[in-house]
Design a protein around this ligand. Structure first.
Ligand SMILES: C[C@](O)(CO)[C@H](O)COP(=O)(O)O
Length: 215
């Protein structure tokens, strides 16, 4: 199964309190947070293109970083996550697309293989992990209600789709001026397509806070 991956790397990551984009933060072996995902997908022969969605002022830097990787294409991000994904989608040539957060460096090949396998039976799937915390709805600083934890899962990336399906859902959201927090949500809103849950790993965190940065 051939696919393209769009890796979102245009965020500012201000919550990490770094004075540079968190995807360029380096592990002790000298590889960056972004390198980890780029290298993983570069090593997968089924992955035909790696589309990096980057901030305009970082475009030249990223082009130089990956100039030796034939699969890499680069585009500029938008004002929101959703807009950035839609910019990436314009470059996708494969029938299937993975959307991945550049700030999730701990993805492994086992998870990628499970997603590829699932895409042969379903047009949409994503990595998720069961919620380990109790989740409550809060209004104006007061608890309104607790949700049934047995039904709650945390969404991760990659989120994987038939490319035509995701493009259609993005187009409809653009027309409606609706913003989702992930791509699966657009498919929930604008399609009856079943979205298959692939159980992921809690280690596939999105680097968000200073404590998440590699030691
Ligand atoms: C897509 C996502 O990782 C699912 O949990 C998350 O919504 C991304 O959020 P961000 O605010 O764009 O980092």
């Amino acid at each position: 199964m051939n696919y393209s991956v769009c890796i979102l790397a245009a965020g500012k990551g201000s919550r990490t309190q770094l004075d540079f984009n968190k995807v360029f933060f380096k592990f002790s072996d000298g590889t960056s947070v972004l390198d980890r995902s780029v290298n993983l997908f570069n090593e997968d022969p089924d992955c035909k293109e790696i589309i990096l969605v980057v901030a305009k002022h970082e475009q030249e830097y990223v082009e130089k970083l990956y100039q030796n990787l034939d699969k890499v294409k680069i585009t500029i991000g938008g004002k929101t996550r959703q807009e950035s994904v839609s910019h990436g989608l314009r470059l996708v040539c494969s029938e299937h697309v993975f959307i991945h957060d550049g700030a999730r460096p701990y993805l492994n090949m086992e998870e990628v293989n499970k997603l590829k396998q699932t895409l042969s039976d379903y047009d949409a799937c994503l990595l998720m992990v069961p919620s380990v915390d109790t989740v409550k709805i809060v209004e104006n600083g007061f608890v309104k209600e607790s949700l049934d934890r047995s039904l709650l899962y945390n969404a991760q990336t990659p989120q994987c789709f038939k490319t035509s399906l995701l493009k259609e859902c993005h187009q409809k959201a653009l027309e409606d001026q609706r913003e989702a927090t992930d791509d699966a949500q657009l498919v929930e809103w604008y399609s009856n397509t079943l979205i298959k849950v692939v159980t992921g790993n809690a280690s596939n965190i999105k680097i968000t806070n200073p404590g998440d940065l590699p030691k």
